[in-house]
Design a protein around this ligand. Structure first.
Ligand SMILES: [Zn+2]
Length: 348
């Protein structure tokens, strides 16, 4: 009897403790959810409005489905091809276009993991992309955004990279993303050569995170990456956040089980990096090339990979080769009398 009541007492105590623990967890989650659902929307809209006032608007379509992969890719099958007919026109809103972007990559978080993705080999895939993408036939589509006063030959070059070490946040705010890039530049940690100035006005500065890091404003739920611009004491900064697609490989990558470089997370990240680079090239200050609904060049072709895909040795699909590797990179918009999503000038 006593034993029985003791058990009841223990059970009651356990239940009380469990309830307490659950509500504590719920409290934490509620806090996180400030950035989800309706509350997210109103705060996002607020932020978008203020960004526009400051002339530093992030990727316009980050709230649309265009940024997350909307296609359910069946493993083993080619990625979504996309259409071959003309799409609605992209419009010049008068702002500057970059001549030849210089790619800078800041690796953030822990890139020495044992998950087969956030590793030295994973970083090398990103660096090989940065070294090669700007001189491909694919990238030359960006020459179609040249206009009076703003020539561009449709190329980009690699500037440099750095890996931040030490403690880091696993839940970055947009303000932290900007301040991290700015302090890395100010510290002279990312320069083209040891004698170059700290800041390159032709630079596009990417913050690329390890897969244990998220961005509070909606990485994996609202977008896979975004680009923006900000006026700093050293000049006009064009920068971009691209999260590690390993964190949500079915939302931010086209292939989730196999990929051209044996790293689905990083191979997914590389297509988003290309997307943001091409948008920054044609619309660095968010006042140049975008369409009537705010979509920039790469937005209009997001998550489509064209009709010239080929299967690589490991069974994954690719559509471009450079730098001794195969890649699956989304199409970009060829701007002309009519606009088409293309892999390069002669392949759609
Ligand atoms: Zn975009």
């Amino acid at each position: 009897m006593r034993k029985f009541s003791f058990s009841i007492l223990l059970l009651t105590l356990l239940m009380a403790l469990t309830t307490l623990n659950l509500s504590a967890q719920r409290g934490e989650r509620d806090d996180d959810d400030n950035w989800g659902g309706d509350r997210f929307r109103s705060r996002q809209e607020e932020r978008d409005a203020s960004d526009l006032r400051e002339g530093k608007h992030q990727d316009r379509s980050r709230n649309s489905s265009g940024e997350l992969n909307p296609f359910f890719a069946r493993p083993g099958f080619a990625a979504t091809t996309g259409g071959t007919t003309a799409v609605s026109s992209i419009i010049d809103h008068g702002g500057p276009v970059m001549n030849q972007p210089v790619i800078y990559v800041i690796f953030y978080g822990n890139w020495n993991q044992t998950n087969g993705s956030d590793t030295a080999a994973g970083k090398q895939i990103v660096l090989d992309w940065a070294a090669g993408i700007g001189s491909t036939a694919h990238y030359s589509l960006n020459a179609s955004y040249a206009k009076a006063g703003y020539p561009t030959n449709g190329t980009a070059v690699f500037g440099g990279s750095t890996t931040l070490t030490g403690s880091y946040s696993t839940r970055l705010t947009d303000a932290q993303i900007l301040s991290t890039i700015v302090s890395t530049i100010n510290a002279g940690q990312i320069r083209r050569t040891p004698t170059s100035p700290n800041f390159d006005p032709n630079g596009v500065y990417f913050l690329v995170t390890s897969s244990d890091v998220t961005a509070r404003s909606g990485f994996c739920t609202q977008y896979c990456g975004w680009h923006s611009a900000s006026t700093q004491t050293f000049g006009r900064l064009r920068y971009s956040f691209v999260g590690n697609a390993k964190r949500c490989v079915t939302s931010c990558a086209a292939q989730s089980t196999v990929s051209p470089n044996g790293n689905p997370g990083i191979d997914g990240t590389v297509s988003v990096l290309t997307h943001e680079l091409e948008e920054t090239h044609s619309d660095p200050d968010l006042n140049a090339w975008y369409d009537s609904s705010g979509a920039e060049n790469a937005d209009k072709c997001a998550w489509t990979f064209g009709h010239f895909q080929f299967q690589t040795a490991n069974g994954s699909w690719a559509n471009i080769s450079f730098g001794g590797r195969n890649w699956l990179i989304q199409r970009n918009l060829l701007n002309g009398a009519s606009d088409f999503c293309m892999v390069d000038a002669t392949h759609n």
